[in-house]
Design a binder for this molecule. Structure first.
Ligand code: PEP
Length: 256
C-alpha cells in the first residue's frame, strides 16, 4: 500500500472571534494565501461562527471544523453538540481531547476515544490531541503519558480508521501551548516517532501526526521538516492572517 500523508495545518481559534473580525481575518487569509500551492488547511472557530466561516470558505479548498464534539449521538445532553450536527454544518474536522478540554471540562482518555469514534462515524476527521504537562515532562513521563492517552483510542480505532484521511493525532505538549516555548526539534521528533510506532502497530499507517504548541511563522519550517511531523495545530498564530498563511506555506514547502 502506498502511504500518502498530505501535510495538514489547522487553526484552533479557541474562544476568540466576532462576526466582523472573523470576516476580516478570513478575507485577509485568503488574500495572503493567494494562488500558491497549499497544504490541506482547516480552521476551527467557536461553534456559533461555523455557519459564517462555512459561507466564507465555501468556494475555497479550506475546510472548517469544531473544537470539540459530543461522544453521544443525540438525546438529553444539554449544551452538547453531536457529530452529525457538525456534519450538517459542513464541517470536515472535529478537534477532540484538547488539553484545555481535558483540564477545564474533565474529559478523560476514554471519553476522548468515544468522541473520536463519534466524529469518524459521522464522516468527520477527528484531530485527537495528546501531550504531557510540564510536571510530567520534568519527571521523565512524557512517553508514558502519551501511551496512556493513546491506549483507549488505539483499541477503539484499530482497523476502522485508516481509510483516506482517517484520523489525525496532534502532539501538543501542554507546557508549550500559548507560552512561546517549544520542545527542541529532536524532542518533537522523538515523541512523534514514538506515536508513529504505536499507530503502525495498530495498523494505522496513514494517520497524520501534527505538532501543536507555540508554532509561529518563524519556527514552522524547522518543525514541519521533521520526518514524523505532518503539519501543525495552530492556536494564537491562527488569529493572524499573515502568520497563519506563512505557516501554511511552510507546510507546503516541506511536502514539496
Ligand atoms: C492550541 O491551543 O492548540 C495551540 C497549539 O496553541 P498555541 O499555538 O497558541 O500554542
Amino acid at each position: 500500500m502506498t502511504v500518502v500523508r498530505t501535510p495538514l495545518v489547522v487553526g484552533n481559534w479557541k474562544m476568540n472571534g466576532a462576526f466582523e473580525t472573523n470576516r476580516v481575518l478570513i478575507e485577509a487569509l485568503l488574500a495572503s494565501l493567494g494562488q500558491q500551492t497549499l497544504p490541506e488547511i482547516g480552521v476551527c472557530p467557536p461553534l456559533p461562527y461555523l455557519p459564517q466561516i462555512g459561507a466564507l470558505l465555501a468556494e475555497t479548498p479550506i475546510g472548517w471544523g469544531a473544537q470539540t464534539v459530543s461522544e453521544h449521538r443525540g438525546g438529553a445532553y444539554t449544551g452538547q453538540v453531536s457529530a452529525s450536527m457538525l456534519q450538517d454544518l459542513g464541517c470536515r474536522y472535529a478537534i477532540v481531547g484538547h488539553s484545555e478540554r481535558r483540564q477545564y471540562c474533565g474529559e478523560t482518555d476514554e471519553q476522548v476515544a468515544a468522541q473520536a469514534m463519534a466524529a469518524l462515524d459521522a464522516g468527520l476527521v477527528p484531530i485527537i490531541c495528546v501531550g504531557e504537562s510540564a510536571e510530567q515532562k520534568a519527571s521523565g513521563h512524557t512517553l508514558a503519558v502519551i501511551d496512556r492517552q493513546l491506549a483507549p483510542l488505539l483499541l477503539t480505532l484499530a482497523g476502522v480508521a485508516d481509510e483516506g484521511t482517517g484520523v489525525v493525532i496532534a502532539y501538543e505538549p501542554v507546557w508549550a501551548i500559548g507560552t512561546g516555548k517549544t520542545p527542541t526539534p529532536d524532542g518533537v521528533q522523538v515523541v512523534h516517532a514514538h506515536i508513529r510506532q504505536r499507530l503502525m502497530a495498530a495498523g494505522l499507517v496513514q494517520t497524520r501526526i501534527l505538532y501543536g504548541g507555540s508554532v509561529k511563522a518563524s519556527n514552522a519550517e524547522t518543525l514541519f521538516a521533521l520526518p514524523d511531523v505532518d503539519g501543525g495545530l495552530i492556536g494564537g498564530a491562527a488569529l493572524d492572517a499573515q502568520e497563519f498563511s506563512t505557516i501554511c506555506t511552510a507546510a507546503a514547502n516541506c511536502a514539496a
